[in-house]
Write a new protein. Structure first.
Length: 272
């Protein structure tokens, strides 16, 4: 979960080549890109020289930024300004369609990561633009649709939870372990032994890095995984037990406090 090493290109890497899409920087205002990732595949911490409109055609995609975890349901679009460190993961095969937008684009775009308003043709436009992008054949029609798509980028309600990402190696390793298995029964002392850090030090580092107590931080990490499972179609009761809750009612109350929606409501979002 650490973002170390993600502040720039790797040694010897071409700074003009995007680290994920592979496109070369150019004067083209908007670049389209279609990608497919295997089930469970993650894209490690990286950043783009352009802003990114990211659309998922899978049931749910998790995108982590330095201070939030975003859950993007199928057909939804997330805007990431240029230079935003992030990583992404989807439990099933992930189909992504993205537009990479120059910072000097004529349309005013949000300055922070933003869920984009739904109920507009934007998702269809992003899909078409990403799938038909060809550097050798960019005609006026393509450019007109690209301009229209950017004009539709308006902040909308999204599913996210505040989750500052730790830079301390021990806390980052603990976060990754909890995200991989929220039901892991080990207590703070056992985690300290595994990570070579005293429980007291580990507790203090979590508080310093995240601004939360260890208990609250671990609960929010678990609930982020739960939200992802729900949007992928898993049953509420099964999700509750899978992340370590002993009852569905306790899980529902905790989940609603974190996301302001019930697990059932969130699950239906993933069915769209």
């Amino acid at each position: 979960m650490s973002m170390s090493g993600q502040n720039g290109p790797r040694n010897g890497a071409d700074e003009s080549v995007d680290p994920v899409s592979g496109h070369k920087e150019s004067d083209t205002p908007v670049i389209g890109h279609a990608a497919s990732f295997a089930p469970g595949a993650s894209v490690p911490w990286h950043r783009h020289g352009r802003g990114q409109l990211a659309l998922t055609l899978s049931r749910v995609m998790r995108v982590e930024t330095p201070d939030r975890v975003w859950l993007v349901p199928r057909g939804s679009v997330l805007w990431l300004p240029a230079g935003t460190p992030h990583r992404s993961l989807a439990p099933e095969q992930r189909l992504m369609r993205s537009l990479y937008v120059r910072e000097d684009a004529p349309m005013p775009l949000p300055g922070t990561p933003t869920a984009v308003e739904q109920g507009t043709p934007l998702a269809d436009m992003v899909t078409w633009l990403a799938e038909t992008y060809d550097t050798d054949r960019l005609d006026r029609a393509w450019s007109t649709v690209a301009d229209a798509a950017l004009a539709l980028v308006r902040p909308g309600p999204g599913v996210s939870v505040r989750m500052p990402h730790p830079t301390d190696p021990a806390v980052a390793a603990l976060a990754d372990a909890i995200l991989a298995d929220p039901a892991d029964p080990r207590d703070l002392e056992e985690w300290g032994d595994a990570l070579g850090v005293s429980p007291r030090t580990l507790r203090r580092r979590v508080q310093t890095e995240t601004g939360m107590s260890y208990r609250d931080w671990r609960r929010y990490l678990s609930l982020a995984v739960a939200a992802e499972k729900l949007m992928a179609g898993e049953a509420v009761t099964e999700v509750a037990y899978s992340i370590g809750f002993s009852s569905a009612s306790a899980f529902i109350a905790s989940f609603r406090a974190a996301f302001q929606v019930t697990p059932g409501q969130l699950r239906r979002m993933g069915e769209v």
